[in-house]
Design a protein around this ligand. Sequence first.
Ligand code: NAP
Length: 428
Amino acid sequence: MTVNIAILGLGTVASGLPFLLEENKEKLVRLLNDEIRIKTVLMRDEETIAEARERGFDYDFVLDLDEILADEEISIVVELMGRIEPARTFISRALKANKNVVTANKDLLAIHGRELRKLAQENQVSLYYEAAVAGGIPILRTLANSLVSDKITRILGVVNGTSNFMMSKMVGESWTYEKALSEAQRLGYAESDPTNDVDGIDAGYKLVILSEFAFGMSIENDDVQHEGIRTITPMDVEIAQQLGYVIKLVGEIVEVESGVFAEVSPTFLPQKHPLASVNGVMNAVFVESIGIGESMYYGPGAGQKPTATSVLADIVRLAKRIQDGTTGKLFNEYVRETKLASPADVKNKYYFSVETPDTTGQFLRLTNIFTSENVSFEQVVQQKGDGSRAVVAIICHRIARTQLAQIKEKLMAESDFKVLNVFKVLED
Ligand SMILES: NC(=O)c1ccc[n+]([C@@H]2O[C@H](COP(=O)([O-])OP(=O)(O)OC[C@H]3O[C@@H](n4cnc5c(N)ncnc54)[C@H](OP(=O)(O)O)[C@@H]3O)[C@@H](O)[C@H]2O)c1
């Protein structure tokens, strides 16, 4: 029996599926004893249907989702339109019509994942989304299956290819943020409005999904703190290098006694850290756990074939479940009460870059502020000033987020100090 699927939207990722199905035909038939066939594709209008036909695609093209929902031959609906609406409504309707759903839509899952998973369960169908995090890296299934026996304590991820491409240029070739952005836009890596990528929003969506699989906790998108790469200057990059670090936009979810804490922030990574060598548009997820210890999953975070490969993996898994009569199981079955960490429990080292008057006594003033919060310095660098202003860069020992907030407040209260940047520093 053929497994018939319908695709919603025939863009970059969806157009990679026919190639993979053809190249992998023999393997898939061996695995399933069945063929997977794209039967129907939902298009936006007649014009896009005509264009698709011109590009050589030959499917049943429809403009109305109801035609797919009413087709009993179709058991899997693959949403590859992106964005929130109408994807949310279409997926909800497909689940209610007892269709299994595959999607790569991280934005939608981060914001409405809980509601969609509930709908899938209520209707005894499955919702899979391997491609939603780090495109071509099979990280979700690895966490759900292979790491089921391990207790994960922290996840660190370089999970936004656009910002990582830009940071690689800013670090490796001393480019400014503006130059890196315009090159990323020229190459098609960054959109004309790059906000989601450069401000850490996209990476935050992925942390919400990773937290489900790694910690069994469904955190809200708003629970992820995020800070982007816009404010990073060549001076920060240079100081990081002098002190033995590389700056990258890193997503972190850590479990401490009181709960989980998730944030996306520019981070000083020790040059020896495996994530420090993840460059260009590549992605990596670094997992710390009590059993394996440290492991890293590296690969292309986007792109037509890598992403379509993850989408097809979900389709094949679902086809198997349909054959076995086991649909309706959650993609990730590890679910527990969501508890957010108290800021006093979350501890890190931090880099502070502070502009001060270029006169004697400033260093003492800075020391007094840090000492008043019981915080000592680990490394200090003073950049040559212009005669009137100087920049002091400090890396402090491990402090709690509560202490961090106090120090920032005290530094900002000094009218002749200017806090240029404060970034997290990962320990060796
Ligand atoms: N590209 C990647 O490398 C990558 C990696 C990981 C995850 N993803 C995720 O995969 C999904 C698809 O991404 P993509 O890069 O393939 O996007 P894309 O190239 O923009 O494709 C989306 C397609 O859906 C069509 N579409 C939008 N609304 C529609 C509607 N109401 N009815 C019918 N068709 C509609 C679009 O048509 P129009 O062009 O007419 O709007 C377009 O052809 C997104 O959720 C994305 O976040 C992508």
